[in-house]
Write a protein that binds this ligand. Sequence first.
Ligand SMILES: Cc1cc2nc3c(=O)[nH]c(=O)nc-3n(C[C@H](O)[C@H](O)[C@H](O)COP(=O)(O)OP(=O)(O)OC[C@H]3O[C@@H](n4cnc5c(N)ncnc54)[C@H](O)[C@@H]3O)c2cc1C
Length: 304
Amino acid sequence: MLTFDHYLTPTTLDEAFDVLDRNPGARILAGATDLLPWAREGRAGDVHLSAVVDISRITQLSGWAMQGQDRITMGAATPIADFEHDAQLRKQVPILAECAVWFADDQLRQQATVGGNLVNASPAGDTQPALLAMNTHVTLARREMGKILERTLPLSEFILGPSKTLLQPGEIMTRLEMDALPTYGVTFKKVGDRRSMLISNVCMATMVRVDAAKRKIEDVRVAIGAVGPTPERLGDIEDLLIGAEPTAALLRRVAGGVADRVRSRTRRTYRREVLCNFVERSLVVALGHAGLVVIRQPKEIGHV
Ligand SMILES: Cc1cc2nc3c(=O)[nH]c(=O)nc-3n(C[C@H](O)[C@H](O)[C@H](O)COP(=O)(O)OP(=O)(O)OC[C@H]3O[C@@H](n4cnc5c(N)ncnc54)[C@H](O)[C@@H]3O)c2cc1C
């Protein structure tokens, strides 16, 4: 069980650093959907903290805005529910709305934050592949000599492995910056052991933009999660597809080459099969959403 001496609710970043300074060993909390289940038997066990610092009331850590024409800046404490319910955000980053549908349930999505999902760095974190494919950078703030200092780094460097990131003690993730991709066809796929509230065994985000004639792929982004310690962008597949006129045979060939990306030691054969099928199917669906229909022959369905 998680117990603590103080529950602190700063409303500004400065106040948050004040309470972190005054309470050595304090732990930051956003939605608490990872922190609370972590402190229980079978995981961390009983945990007592001097203080928890609830950052969910700091307004500058939530909400989003366009940054120029092509990038979005988003507060780290933005709840996953916003991906689904904010119509403007859905338009700019439709892949996050797709991802939210698969994320826990309505209640959890109101609490769980995007920053918490990245700092927790679970290999099964569902936002990670989509954010990786959107060239996301994260900004981390600390206070030194009374001044708030920031550093910004690519998400691809931030997550080092399960529960390991470059976040240093005393730092708060304040915001994310990512590509806005409003004209892309998108799909998010996920499979787990249960029918609902599932933890990903494989998850995948796919985004594709096609030319005006709906014949060629102009840009494609594919990233996978839950099959290794960190999410991975499939840049080699993207390179093969950009500029191509996709056929069922091409998508099948491309998908056939991804089996070796499974780095997890458990359920490897299963994960490999799912991953290959996900890649092929995701590309077909995302292309369809972008207006380019690839017809698959029945004999071509399936990889095994
Ligand atoms: C029933 C259930 C179902 C779930 N389903 C899914 C799912 O489908 N997909 C999925 O990916 N996850 C799922 N999760 C996991 C969890 O909901 C997510 O990882 C969520 O995004 C965590 O966000 P949070 O705000 O609740 O994090 P918290 O629990 O508040 O924090 C998690 C960690 O991040 C740190 N932290 C949080 N925010 C910051 C910040 N801004 N700066 C610095 N440190 C910070 C905290 O100190 C803590 O170490 C599920 C959890 C539960 C309990």
